[in-house]
Structure formats: C-alpha cells, structure tokens
Design a protein around this ligand. Structure first.
Ligand SMILES: NC(=O)c1ccc[n+]([C@@H]2O[C@H](COP(=O)([O-])OP(=O)(O)OC[C@H]3O[C@@H](n4cnc5c(N)ncnc54)[C@H](O)[C@@H]3O)[C@@H](O)[C@H]2O)c1
Ligand SMILES: O=C(O)C(=O)C[C@]1(C(=O)O)C=C[C@@H](O)C=C1
Length: 367
C-alpha cells in the first residue's frame, strides 16, 4: 500500500509499528511526532520514520492513516484535538492503547461520521520504553485486538488490517467492554500485583539488605513487568479502574483463603491451592513468539570495585558478542551491584552467559 502514515508517540509501540509498516509497504511515507524532541530525533536517526513533523496538526492533516501511540490518557486529549482538524476524507485513525473504553467513547462522540476510528491493541510489548527499543518483530504471532465502531464498514477494517499486515499478528475483533475486562484480568491486574510484590520486598529489604542480594529466579520471573513505564501504567489503571477494583476484591478473597488454610495447617487445601494454579497455568496455549519478550537480558553480579564493568564488556568484546544496552540496577558500597546487559539475540545472551560464568561471574536470566 502507499500513502502517508502518521505515528503519534514515537515510543516502543509506535516505533515498532512504524518499522513493520515500512517493511511491508515500502512505498508508504512514515511521518512521526512526539512531545519529546529527542524521540523524534532518535526515530529519524534510526530511519524508523521518513519525515519529522513539527506539530500534531501538521501530521494529522496530511495522513491517510493516523496511529495514536501515546499513553492512553494523552490519546484522549489528542482525540479532542482531532475533532477540530481538517482531516483527509478517507483517513483511518487507530490507536494502540492498552484500554479501549475511554477512547471508543470519545470516538463516537467527537469524530465526524466520515472519519473512521478503529480501536487497536497489539497484545505484545515489553517493560522497556522508548523508540530505541522498537523492534520490527515485536508483534509477530501475538494477538492484535481491533475494536471497530458499529458503524465502521468491514472494508475499512480490512484496509487497516492490510496496513498492519507486516506485524504478522493474529487479528481479533472484540467488543470494547470485553476487551477491558479480559486485559484487566491477564495484563493490568498482574502489573498491579507485580508492583505490589516488589514494593513488599523493598519494605523488607530496608530492614535486611540480604533480601535484594538473594532475590532469585522465581522473584525475578514474576516481577519483570514491575520495571515497566510508571507513567503509562498510571493511565492504564486509571482507565480500567472499575474492572481493577473488582479484581482487587477477588484477589483479597483469594489471599484470605490461603491465609485461612495456612493458619489451620490444612495440607490438602494448601496442595489444592497450588494444584489448581499449576493445572490452569500448564493448560494455557503456548505462543511460539510474541508473548516472549524480544529482548534478551542477562543479569550479572558485579563487585563494587573500579573497572568491574569494563572487565565484563571487554570480555564480551573479545569474543565479538554484541550488546545493545547496559544498565546498573543497584550499586551500594560494600555490596554486590547488579548489571543488566541486553542482547539482540538469545544466542548472544547464551554465549555471554557461558563466557561470564567461566570467568567466575554469577549470572541469571530474566523471564
Ligand atoms: N509497552 C507495552 O508493552 C505496550 C503494549 C501494547 C500497547 N501499549 C500501549 O501503547 C501505547 C504506547 O506505549 P509505549 O510502550 O510505546 O510507551 P513509550 O513510553 O515507549 O512511548 C510513548 C511515547 O508517547 C510520547 N507522548 C506522550 N504524550 C504525547 C503527546 N501528547 N503527543 C505526542 N507524543 C506523546 C512519549 O514522549 C513517548 O515517547 C500506550 O498507550 C500503551 O498502553 C503498550
Ligand atoms: O511483556 C510485557 O512486558 C508486557 O507487559 C506486555 C503487555 C502485557 O501485559 O502482556 C503489557 C501491556 C500491553 O497492553 C500488552 C502487553
């Protein structure tokens, strides 16, 4: 397909969609805008967008396809602005927001009848933010939910699917409320629990620093998503607040139940609690990709001594193992620090792990 695609919000998701669209439709022209000039410059330097625009208005008025990919409450402000602009007659507007209720309500109230708005939600992502983390394969094999309005023609839905076909996702049309309920259960509430678990560990770690040191595989597996962008999640939980309040009630009942059986030392009930969870978890369909993070992180314990990090990077460089990012997660005097090294490929991470273990570094993988 050819035409002008305007991406608003050049972060992880907007950047990844820009890459998939360009890959599939090389004749399309990708315009990009972000409130942060640095993200526009990075997107342009990485050839993720073809053209920068200086305002939301400028990009919106020349676009055949507009993709809103900012945090969800920002999108609602943008929708209000869209209603006062002169848009192209056949433009399709979509979004990538993790919640659909608010934006679909605005779409039906604000937009003129000629303008097509189809809600969208690619159900894959990462705890990483920003355009430099964008990946062309991020959405591969993942579900991509669409929430068209009742008045939207099936031709327009097909046209949007064509634009997004390079994502190689499975499209699923859902009703808005159903979408917000389901994602509340399987995505939004788990993020609340992950953050709660980490906050609980932090309170205990203030009393005993060994807690951070010993936080092992299980803790890291269930809390990776607690490293997600707080601003984005503030918007999501505010938007899906009613579903989340119900889920918190259910969760408290679940915890009350395990509290009672533990207090009573009821072995059968304790086994049942774990068995039920294991059975359902083991029965979940396995996604070959998409649900798996497209980033390969390795965590390495490092001593708080000068040159420790340089020692690690030069070991990797000598073996020509490329890294994409380095982040010091914790460094306290007298204690081990944790270095997170990100790799483009799982294979590189595995090679690095073998090499570092061989050189007496303690390493662990994230989920
Ligand atoms: N991260 C995920 O795993 C994931 C997955 C699917 C959907 N989503 C949804 O996609 C959207 C984008 O998420 P992301 O992970 O790419 O976030 P991100 O933080 O990586 O990127 C968001 C970008 O939007 C920009 N922005 C904020 N307000 C703006 C405005 N008013 N105008 C223009 N730009 C603005 C920010 O500067 C930032 O660069 C969110 O609505 C999120 O709920 C996220
Ligand atoms: O993999 C992650 O880090 C994610 O949190 C991705 C995730 C999810 O909860 O699965 C997060 C929010 C999106 O709306 C869709 C996907």
């Amino acid at each position: 397909m050819s035409g002008n695609v305007f991406i608003v919000g050049l972060g992880l998701i907007g950047g990844s969609l820009a890459l998939t669209i360009k890959n599939q439709h090389p004749h399309a022209k990708i315009y990009g805008y972000d409130v942060k000039q640095s993200e526009i410059e990075t997107a342009s330097a990485l050839n993720i967008i073809d053209e920068k625009v200086t305002s939301f208005h400028e990009g919106a008025e020349l676009a055949d396809l507009i993709i809103l990919s900012t945090p969800v409450l920002e999108m609602e402000k943008l929708m209000k602005q869209l209603s006062s602009l002169t848009l192209k007659e056949n433009v399709i507007i979509t979004d990538t927001g993790s919640t659909k209720g608010g934006i679909m309500q605005l779409a039906s109230k604000l937009l003129q009848k000629e303008v097509t708005f189809i809600g969208g939600h690619p159900m894959a992502g990462s705890h990483k933010a920003g355009v430099e983390s964008a990946k062309v394969h991020l959405f591969e094999n993942a579900f991509y939910v669409l929430t068209p309005q009742l008045s939207t023609s099936s031709e327009k839905v097909e046209e949007l699917k064509d634009w997004l076909s390079g994502a190689n996702s499975h499209f699923l049309v859902l009703d808005t409320e159903e979408h917000d309920y389901i994602t509340g259960v399987v995505s939004h509430f788990p993020h609340v629990i992950a953050a709660g678990l980490v906050n609980l560990a932090k309170k205990n770690a203030d009393k005993n620093p060994l807690i951070s040191l010993l936080a092992a595989g299980g803790f890291r597996d269930v809390t990776r998503i607690a490293s997600s962008n707080p601003n984005m999640w503030k918007d999501i939980v505010k938007q899906n607040r009613l579903n989340l309040l119900d889920l918190i009630e259910d969760w408290m009942m679940e915890m009350r139940n395990i509290q009672n059986v533990l207090a009573e030392e009821d072995e059968h009930a304790i086994i049942r609690f774990f068995e039920e969870a294991k059975e359902f978890r083991d029965s979940l369909p396995v996604h070959s990709k998409g649900a798996i993070p497209s980033y390969y992180d390795l965590y390495v314990d490092v001593k708080d001594v000068p040159g420790a990090i340089a020692g690690i990077t030069s070991l990797l460089a000598k073996q020509s193992i490329s890294i994409t990012n380095l982040h010091i997660l914790e460094s306290r005097e007298g204690l081990l620090g944790v270095l997170r090294i990100s790799f483009q490929k799982d294979e590189d991470r595995s090679k690095a792990q073998v090499l570092l273990n061989h050189n007496n570094f303690k390493t662990y993988e994230a989920a």
